[in-house]
Design a protein around this ligand. Structure first.
Ligand code: FAQ
Length: 331
């Protein structure tokens, strides 16, 4: 969708130039809040970090369909089923816009997907946790989509045009997702004692993994400084985590639920300060040892294999159409 106006091969040589003049002019454009577009010169490291982040983000959307997809057949009413189906389809669409945005940087979708299926590319840690009850679907919408919005609203101002533009639509859809999740939580919390206990249990299990979604603490963030300089990131991991906690605590209070953090305090400025995060759990999940890492990859590999005939049919049709167009042009 973005690739029509990309440079041809003769322009590619220009990409390899990496001198001080180009770099200074590039940073000046970033500092002036100009948008970088696919055909513009950019440092190789800027291109690389964008391919890394955008493709990880795309993989997260695609793998992120699995925990909720697990509940489509068990949604408790027709209304809930329709909303959940729409949400899961939206996540698939987000993955596709993001792969298209990554392709504008010269990466092919095939190589990106292959890296994910081979277990070499990351996707968000949060999607390696199981959805045990219906309340988990409420918590995912409320907190996982809530965290995604907190992270993605600033990405609408990211310096790279195709990524920033994709984020505008994504954020609009995420906001519907967040509301459907919160509404599920509200219904459960106003229901029976058993429903409220199920909501509290889901919050207890998801709270800490959701805080980890924002990435490692700032002092351990490898890419944070460069991404801030290039205006890919507008806020650090810890800043966004804090904004999320401050926005979420009153929502939990309204639901009558307790945040599972006995060390949480409110400071004089009104910020809710969370207790220590267990970063060893995060590292384990990133290393492939979370509760569902193996299941998630196995499910994606199976879907990819099952879809091989669709890709082959599409490629054969494209070839046939090209041949027909060439024949018509020759008439
Ligand atoms: N999980 O140096 P930093 C969603 C990695 S979409 C796994 O701080 P950076 C919608 C990081 O990649 C959720 N890995 O990295 C939805 C790096 O490793 P690398 C996804 C993580 O890039 C809802 C290393 O740690 N959102 O939820 C995580 O500056 C419901 C060092 O980290 C995005 O991708 C993690 N949580 O900051 C879908 C948003 N955190 O690459 C379905 C875009 C860090 O060197 C259902 N991404 N790592 O191998 C970003 O904003 C950034 O990439 C951060 C990380 C903030 C995630």
């Amino acid at each position: 969708m973005y690739t029509q106006a990309l440079n041809n091969n003769s322009d590619a040589a220009d990409r390899t130039i990496e001198d001080a003049a180009h770099t200074t002019a590039f940073q000046a454009r970033i500092d002036a809040e100009a948008r970088i577009e696919p055909n513009d010169w950019m440092p190789a490291a800027y291109r690389k970090t964008l391919v890394r982040q955008i493709s990880q983000h795309a993989h997260s959307e695609i793998v992120g369909m699995l925990p909720e997809g697990n509940w489509i057949t068990r949604a408790p009413s027709l209304r809930r089923k329709v909303a959940l189906l729409a949400k899961v389809q939206d996540e698939c669409g987000h993955g596709l816009y993001l792969y298209a945005a990554a392709e504008t940087l010269g990466a092919s979708r095939e190589e990106l997907v292959d890296a994910m299926l081979a277990g070499k590319a990351k996707y968000s840690s949060i999607f390696n946790y199981p959805t045990l009850t219906w309340a988990d679907i409420g918590v995912i919408g409320w907190l996982v989509d809530g965290a995604a919005i907190m992270n993605q609203i600033p990405l609408c101002r990211c310096s790279y045009g195709p990524y920033a533009r994709a984020m505008i639509r994504v954020c609009k859809e995420e906001s519907f997702h967040q509301r459907q999740g919160y509404e599920i939580m509200l219904t459960l919390c106003r229901g029976s004692a058993a429903q409220k206990a199920m909501a509290q249990d889901a919050l207890n299990r998801w709270w800490w993994p959701v805080l980890m979604m924002f990435g490692p603490p700032d002092q351990a963030s490898q890419h944070g400084d460069a991404s801030t300089k290039w205006k890919i990131k507008r806020f650090s991991n810890d800043e966004l985590r804090q904004k999320f906690v401050d926005a979420t605590v009153p929502q939990a209070q309204y639901l009558g639920l307790s945040i599972p953090d006995p060390g949480m305090t409110q400071d004089e400025e009104g910020h809710w300060r969370h207790g220590a995060i267990d970063w060893s759990e995060f590292k384990q999940v990133l290393a492939g040892n979370g509760p569902c890492n193996r299941d998630r990859l196995a499910a994606r590999r199976k879907a990819h294999d099952d879809g091989a005939w669709v890709r082959e049919a599409a490629a054969a049709y494209a070839e046939k159409r090209k041949f027909r167009q060439a024949a018509q042009a020759a008439e």
